[in-house]
Design a binder for this molecule. Structure first.
Ligand code: AMP
Length: 308
């Protein structure tokens, strides 16, 4: 069976403790793959591959099962779920990692359920880059492989991160991580350097300031949608990625990267999904919106940018 419009997401499914100057939430459902798959599931069916531990709450498991295909989500009986503890500054944009406990992710040998090997669209959310490289080989020539990464992996396994990016169609990364990875201060230089490793496009996320899209020789800026009530920025980037890829592939266009207008439109949908993610803690907002909310905000965004 060929999955033409199914998005397969591989990456962390986590328990997060998130501290802002205003509130702290402990051990709530998080993880890069969680955000990306929930966000993508508004546009296309999603199948999730990942691992959780014995402490992963049943209600989180059920929540995921109701939104996507979780055949690829393995539960480890002896180890704990990946855990991430972070704090945000007063501006709710600068994040400091307090603790990363790999737990089940350490030494995990991911495998792709046979039902998914023909998936055409794969998103490698934040995860061990060596595991990402291994899992790419399990798919039967996908059309699109997009990856992200995070500070932890750039510091721990920089060469593997680069080698993973060489094997992808697209890279989505935030500004701080791009600078750290490339050891360059200018984001245009960072984007061009990542592009030179092989992907067809690079998207550098700049939080509330939108994104830069690197495609061929072009550097295309796309502003962000302004949000007044930011609560928890965790997962904005992953929700961006899920929305971007989900919308892009929902259009069933064979050579979608030749259609730059579709790519820009998909970026706008990605940005909108990021704005929903940050309006509440964890995934709370993402599970309380519907496609009408998304379209309402998207149309407002187009009007703000005079796109009609
Ligand atoms: P984002 O805010 O989009 O950059 O991603 C935040 C999510 O990434 C959180 O929900 C974390 O659980 C997850 N995360 C943080 N560090 C890592 C890591 N080293 N590997 C995999 N996932 C991570």
């Amino acid at each position: 069976m060929i999955f033409y419009n199914v998005l397969t997401v591989f990456g962390s499914v986590a328990l997060d403790t998130t501290r802002t100057p205003f509130q702290t939430k402990e051990r709530i459902l998080g993880g890069a793959a969680t955000y990306a798959s929930l966000s993508g599931s508004f546009f296309v069916p999603v199948s999730l591959i990942g691992i959780v531990g014995y402490d992963f709450p049943q209600n989180y498991q059920i929540l995921l099962e109701n939104k996507m295909d979780t055949k690829g989500l393995v539960k480890h009986g002896m180890k704990k779920t990946f855990f991430y503890d972070s704090s945000f500054d007063y501006d709710l944009s600068h994040r400091v990692t307090n603790k990363t406990e790999l737990n089940v992710i350490e030494n995990y040998e991911p495998s792709v359920p046979s039902e998914y090997v023909n998936s055409k669209f794969v998103y490698l959310a934040n995860n061990d880059p060596d595991q990402n490289i291994k899992i790419i080989k399990n798919f039967n020539r996908p059309d699109l492989v997009v990856c992200d990464t995070i500070e932890y992996w750039i510091r721990e396994k920089k060469n593997s991160v680069i080698s993973m990016m060489e094997k992808t169609t697209g890279v989505i990364i935030n500004d701080q991580e791009a600078r750290l990875l490339c050891n360059l201060s200018n984001l245009i230089k960072c984007g061009r350097q990542i592009l030179s490793w092989g992907p067809r496009f690079v998207i550098i996320k700049k939080g509330e300031h939108g994104v830069l899209l690197f495609y061929n020789d072009d550097v295309i800026p796309i502003p962000g949608f302004p949000i007044e009530d930011v609560v928890d920025p965790t997962g904005a980037g992953d929700s961006f990625a899920g929305g971007f890829i989900g919308y892009l592939i929902s259009k069933h266009q064979k050579n979608f990267f030749d259609n730059i207008d579709l790519v820009k439109e998909s970026i706008m949908f990605g940005s909108i999904m990021g704005t929903f993610a940050i309006e509440d803690f964890g995934i709370n907002k993402l599970v309380n919106i519907d496609i009408k909310d998304i379209m309402y905000r998207y149309n407002k965004y187009r009007n703000l940018l005079s796109l009609g």
